[in-house]
Design a protein around this ligand. Structure first.
Ligand code: FES
Length: 104
């Protein structure tokens, strides 16, 4: 949806194997090797979590694992930094509210 398929300077993107991840129960396409945050952003997801004190919405900000704005529950594990975590086939990604709950 929001992917650059044919870059005007870099040329066509490399074809990668497509996998399916599940965001809040909905199947979304992703490409093997990309970060969860990249896959969600490409599918139009605009909120990854809400802060615990003000319930403010957050999504990817720094993209390098430093700010924690992208933290989500991944396969039941809260506080996963999705900008530095690669997708896997069948991965379950959930919006995180407050400090998250462990579902292990
Ligand atoms: S976007 Fe900053 S840690 Fe992921």
């Amino acid at each position: 949806m929001y992917r650059v398929q044919d870059h005007p300077v870099l040329g066509p993107g490399e074809k990668k194997k497509e996998v399916t991840i599940y965001f809040d129960g909905k199947p979304l396409p992703a490409f093997e090797g990309e970060s969860i945050a990249a896959a969600l952003t490409a599918s139009g997801v605009r909120m990854f979590r809400r802060t615990s004190r003000l319930q403010a919405p957050r999504k990817m900000f720094c993209g390098i694992g430093q700010c924690t704005d992208c933290m989500m529950q991944v396969d039941g594990i809260p506080n996963t930094r999705t900008c530095v975590t690669r997708v896997r086939e069948g991965m379950v990604v959930e919006t995180q509210y407050e400090t998250g709950e462990f579902h292990g």
